[in-house]
Structure formats: C-alpha cells, structure tokens
Design a binder for this molecule. Structure first.
Ligand SMILES: [Zn+2]
Length: 264
C-alpha cells in the first residue's frame, strides 16, 4: 500500500472522530437546557404548593372574619328583638337571625374543608420540596458531567486536530484536495474494497483494471461512481493467523466501517 493511502485511512478515521466529537460538543448546551428546564418544573411545583397553602390560609381568615360579622349581626338582632313593639317586627328579626345562623353554618363548613385539606396540602408541599432537593443535586451532577465532557471532548478534538495537521502535511496535495472535496460532499472520502470487487460504500462493481490497481495499492485509485478513494481489504485470515493479526494490532477488516457508517 502506498504511504499516501495509509495516511488517508488514518486521516479518515481522525476526521470521523472529529466530526463525532464536534457533534457531541454542539449537543451539550441542549443537554444543559434540558436539565435546567426540568429543575424549573420542580421549582414551579413547590411554588404552586406554597401558593395553594397561602390561598387556603387567606380564605380561612376571610371565612372566620365573615363568621364574626354574622355573629355580631345576630347579637344586634337579639338586642333589637327586646325592644320591638309588634309581632311582625319580631318575626322579621327572628328570620334575619336564622339566615345569619345558616350563613355561619355554611362558612364553618368551608373552614372545616380547608382544615381537612391542610394535611394533603402540606404533604404535597413536602413531596415537591423533596423532589426539588433531589433535582438540584442531580442538576449539579449533570452540569458537572457536561462541563467535564465538554472539556474532555475539546481536549480530544485539539489532540486529533494536531494529529490531522501532521498527517496532512505528508500527503500529496492533489490527493488531499480530492479527499477534502469528496469528504465535504459525501461525508466520507474513502471506501474499502473486498473480494466482491465492489466499492463498499456506493456498491458499484469496479472495472477489472480498477480492481487490479486497488489490489496492488501502488497508485491512488478513485471509485468511478462516487469518487471515493479506494483501498483494498484482503479476506480475513484463518483462525490461527487471525489471532496473530490481532496480536500485531492489524484491524484491517474493520477499517471500512467508519466510512460506511458515515455514508448512511
Ligand atoms: Zn463508490
């Protein structure tokens, strides 16, 4: 295999990893926004529970003050009833007193409803506060994770960027221009060729001469159809040899996978 081709395969792997890292870095602010939205939801629940308790307290105070008013009214009617001259006036006052008593009974029921609901309200608030506390802790953990992930991704990207620069200086200019053009257009610039004699990405069968050239690996050969730079991947060795190949760190049969994934 010519040295440009080896460098191009390495370059393609670096470019794929860089693209994945950049996508991840770009997605992380969205992750933070999602975490913040969840926390805002928990805060809103606590505030709603607190507001419900406050509203109940204020309603209860209003009912109790209304009860007092009605009681004062009754006292006043009773005093008046001692001074009335006619039965008609007396009955009218009794009717007023009865109405006020009914109103007091209605208001007392309302106060009782609030008192009965108070335990549920308190429990709802307690649960909302506990959920908020857990969410605040989770929020801190997740934001810390995002901060670390971003820093780590950026560190890796910088490292890969430096490796990429080094690799590129060693590759023929024209080949590099072709690589960049196809990468930009198709998302991957290399395609493996196996014994089926096809471009493994666009699935077009190679002309016999092109296949021969790819197998020899001397010249830089392009796919007639998708213009990707082709490289030959020999069939996987037999089991015993396969172990040797692994020991030597030659992952050639899988070298085409980043290209194929990128093309889909
Ligand atoms: Zn092709």
């Amino acid at each position: 295999m010519n040295s440009d081709l080896e460098k191009l395969i390495a370059l393609q792997q670096i470019d794929s990893r860089l693209a994945a890292l950049r996508a991840e870095i770009a997605a992380l602010p969205g992750e933070v926004a999602r975490i913040e939205a969840k926390l805002a939801g928990s805060k809103a629940k606590v505030e709603a529970a607190q507001a419900a308790i406050k509203a109940d307290e204020s309603a209860r105070r209003k009912y109790e003050s209304d009860i007092k008013d009605q009681q004062e009214k009754i006292s006043k009617y009773r005093e008046q009833s001692l001074k009335v001259k006619t039965n008609q006036e007396y009955r009218a006052l009794l009717s007023e007193i009865e109405q006020a008593e009914q109103e007091i009974a209605r208001l007392e029921d309302k106060v009782l409803e609030i008192m009965v609901a108070a335990d549920t309200r308190k429990e709802t608030l307690k649960q909302a506060e506990a959920a908020l506390k857990a969410d605040i802790a989770e929020n801190e953990r997740e934001k810390e994770h995002v901060r670390r992930q971003t820093a780590e991704d950026e560190r890796q990207a910088a490292e890969l960027g430096a490796q990429r620069k080094d690799l590129r200086t060693g590759i023929n200019d024209e080949t590099l221009r072709h690589y960049d053009r196809v990468l930009k257009l198709r998302g991957s610039a290399l395609a493996a060729v196996y014994d089926d004699q096809m471009c493994s990405v666009c699935r077009v069968i190679l002309r016999p001469q092109v296949y021969q050239d790819v197998m020899q690996g001397e010249a830089t050969v392009y796919c007639d159809s998708c213009q990707r730079i082709l490289y030959y991947v020999p069939p996987p060795p037999k089991e015993e040899e396969s172990k040797d190949a692994k020991a030597e760190g030659v992952p050639r049969p899988t070298a085409a996978q980043p290209d194929e994934a990128a093309a889909q």
